[in-house]
Design a protein around this ligand. Structure first.
Ligand code: AMP
Ligand code: GLY
Length: 427
């Protein structure tokens, strides 16, 4: 089977590694890929935004399946265009991708299908938004409706912060993504991620995880794409797992089908575990990055038949098997990220780091120049480790990091802290 993977991050390196392990695979390409992905796939210079070029490549090379990593091509309708050309593609249609592309769309779906979420209201002008805000008080959450590269959410502790966020969004800080704003109730609780694989009708759970969005230890500093993750999280007990499937994922898949826009692909729920039970605060329509890296380490089953079943409506009788271990990943980023950072700095010691038991390294923003790995982005490396406890997985990941020589890189030193605290309290 010939597969084309789209993307260039650590998520796609993990997907390429997992797909490459499938006995079904005969050839894997990745566009555009990175230096790590190049060890698993042939990286090609295809403009993913040019759907006609992607279709032409698939036809020329008889590609059997296209796997879409990031949200931007999904929101642009690449799966619709590929399907229309008779090419199988893993991921949601443009309409179904609105679950990530429009916060207001998702909130309205929650109302219609009784999915637990925070109270909210949608606005298309600052005057009405400010009036509503003053009636609600703080803390409160202000969200740009559209895709804003993870920067469109302001959790406002005070009314003044919320007012500033509204002014900024209606002033065009996020372009058309901020032309509409959602104001949402602040949800108090522990934040977890939950992943499910969907075929338009059936959803099967993948796993839970916890991401670490802030750039510095103890969850300080600005938000990032994610500085580390681990899976599964002990906070998603079997009872909470069942509640998330029954009250959030199940009704979403049923609702999308009832509306005539069935959801196929990976549904990634951002869930707050509140005193009133799990509540949805956002959807993404793809694997998380870096959560995908830990999910792929834990998945025992072949990923390729699972993706084919999701494309073909065959998940009803499908079963996925997982390794019982925990997996944890620490992101190494270029100094300055998520602000400005230098590119082209030299990274050494990756081979020695990867020799530590249970360690797997996935690359994100890297390039290979004459055999030397150079940083080529903000998030650059994912140092992952598996073990029977989170404490041990974390020890292995940081032991590997201590073997990497990269003067211009940094990482958080406390990935997994919530689970580590819990494991240590139980001793
Ligand atoms: P996002 O950029 O959409 O991933 O959201 C950024 C962060 O905002 C999330 O990871 C949550 O920590 C937080 N957040 C979003 N919605 C809420 C909410 N209703 N209540 C509390 N925190 C929230
Ligand atoms: N790690 C957060 C995301 O992928 O959106």
């Amino acid at each position: 089977m010939k597969i084309l993977l789209l993307g260039s991050g650590g998520r796609e390196h993990a997907l390429a590694w997992k797909i490459a392990a499938s006995p079904l695979l005969t050839k894997l390409w990745c566009a555009p890929g990175n230096a790590g992905i190049a060890r698993e796939a042939e990286c090609i210079a295809l403009d993913v935004a040019d759907h006609a070029a992607v279709i032409a490549f698939c036809r020329r090379n008889q590609v059997d399946l296209v796997v879409v990593g990031p949200e931007t091509p999904l929101a642009a309708g690449i799966v619709d265009d590929l399907s229309g050309a008779g090419i199988k593609a893993f991921g949601p249609s443009k309409q179904a991708a609105r679950l990530e592309g429009s916060k207001g769309f998702t909130k309205d779906l929650c109302t219609e299908f009784n999915i637990p979420t925070g109270a909210y209201s949608r606005f298309n002008n600052a005057g009405d938004a400010l009036a509503y805000l003053r009636g609600q008080g703080a803390p409160i959450v202000v969200k740009a409706d559209g895709l804003a590269a993870g920067k469109g959410v302001v959790v406002a502790r005070t009314l003044a912060e919320a007012e500033a966020a509204i002014a900024m969004m209606f002033d065009g800080a996020f372009g058309t993504a901020g032309a509409e704003v959602v104001i949402e109730e602040y949800l108090e609780g522990r934040e977890i991620s939950f992943f499910a694989l969907c075929d338009g009708e059936t959803a099967i759970p993948l796993a839970s995880a916890q991401d670490h969005k802030r750039v510095f230890d103890r969850d300080q500093g600005p938000n990032t794409g994610g500085m580390g993750a681990y899976s599964p999280t002990p906070f998603v007990t079997p009872a909470i797992h069942d509640q998330i499937m029954a009250r959030i994922i199940g009704p979403t898949v049923a609702g999308m089908k009832a509306r005539g826009t069935p959801f196929r692909g990976v549904l990634y729920a951002g869930v707050m575990l509140t005193a009133d039970g799990p509540k949805l605060f956002e959807y993404n329509v793809r694997f998380g990055d870096p959560e995908c890296q830990v999910l792929m380490l834990r998945m025992m089953s072949d990923l390729v038949p699972a993706m084919l079943a999701a494309c073909d409506g065959g998940l009803k009788h499908f079963d996925l098997r997982w390794y019982p271990q925990f997996a944890l990943t620490v992101v190494m980023a270029a100094k300055g990220y998520p602000g400005d950072y230098a590119k082209g700095t030299r990274i050494e010691g990756l081979e020695q780091a990867a020799q530590i038991e249970g360690v797997q390294i996935f690359q994100a923003g890297t390039m290979n120049k004459d055999g030397v790995i150079l940083a080529n982005g903000g998030r650059v490396l994912n140092i992952c480790a598996s073990a029977s406890t989170v404490v041990e997985a974390r020890r292995r990941a940081y032991a590997a990091i201590d073997r990497i020589r990269w003067a211009d890189g940094f990482c958080r030193r406390d990935i997994g802290w919530q689970a580590v605290e819990q494991e240590e309290a139980r001793k």
